[in-house]
Ligand binder design. Structure first.
Ligand code: ADP
Ligand code: MG
Length: 265
């Protein structure tokens, strides 16, 4: 198996609170449930993905920051979680982008890409690497886009949701032109969807009309189990396996797996 078989997906949207971290944790866990080996990289200094999977501050000796700065290897940085087949490289506030901004212009967007290329062997142990991006189009998010094969965009089903998307797509184009010509958009997933709310329906219609196939068939409903699960340090499929949130993320995982199959064929 070569490192090419590992699919690297950045979960990105410069808006905060749209479901990036929830999607990273729960898509990751749902892929792991399908016997895929999954590594999450917490690329947000807030460290929400790490916290949501029960990685305490005192377990974060080696973090994404150490990985990017070359002080630790991927193997050293990856921690197992309570979920089988799911590991994570945790983040702390050390990972504020300020330090990275100081690095020489030619290199600073490529830090994560180089790390993953160097760690070829370790990377090939995984079927998926999911990168949880911060709520900004800063140097950290650019690093994720430069390192990834694709980006997956959670879109909150609310007014103005589509407005931020054009800026995100411009950034993707820029990264394609300068650093990562093969970057593609894995898909857009509607989150916090409420079927009883006309606004949700309207955002969905708009997204499907404008973005067509790019929008996943699966929509993630607003589901209280999804918001409760992180405080129990569990992904929703373990916290409440029969919940609507768990069902939705399982369906999303299947779509992601099938897309990969189609693309290879
Ligand atoms: P981001 O990482 O984009 O900032 P989060 O995933 O942290 O967003 O989600 C923001 C908040 O919304 C969190 O409190 C999370 O628990 C909650 N949340 C996310 N998705 C859902 C959902 N589908 N249903 C209910 N609450 C959700
Ligand atoms: Mg987040």
């Amino acid at each position: 198996m070569s490192a090419n078989d590992c699919k690297i997906i950045a979960i990105a949207n410069q808006k905060g609170g749209v479901g990036k971290t929830t999607t990273t944790i729960n898509l990751g866990a749902a892929l792991a449930e399908q016997r895929k080996k999954v590594l999450l990289i917490d690329l947000d200094p807030q460290g929400n993905a790490s916290t949501g999977l029960g990685i305490e501050q005192d377990q974060r000796d080696i973090t994404t920051y150490d990985l990017l700065s070359g002080d630790a290897s991927l193997e050293e940085a990856a921690l197992p979680t309570s979920v089988k087949n799911l590991s994570i490289i945790p983040a702390t506030t050390d990972l504020s982008s300020a330090d990275l901004e100081l690095i020489d212009n030619d290199k600073r967007s490529f830090l994560l890409r180089y790390v993953l290329q160097e760690a070829d062997k370790a990377v090939s142990q995984y079927d998926y690497i999911l990168i949880d991006c911060p709520p900004s189009l800063n140097i950290l998010t650019v690093n994720a886009m430069v390192a990834a094969h694709s980006i997956l965009v959670p879109l909150q089903s609310e007014f103005f949701a589509l407005e931020g998307l054009s800026q995100l797509i411009l950034t993707v184009r820029d990264v394609r032109q300068t650093a990562n010509p093969d970057l593609w958009i894995e898909g857009i997933v509607l989150t916090m969807y409420d079927r009883r709310n006309n606004l949700s329906i309207q955002v969905e219609d708009d997204a499907r009309e404008n973005m067509g196939d790019m929008v996943f068939k699966t929509v993630i409903p607003r589901n209280v189990r999804l918001s409760e699960a992180p405080s129990f340090a569990l992904p929703v499929i373990e916290y409440d396996s029969a919940s609507k949130g768990a069902t939705a993320y399982r369906a999303l995982a299947k779509e992601v797996i099938n897309k990969a199959k189609k693309k290879r064929a």
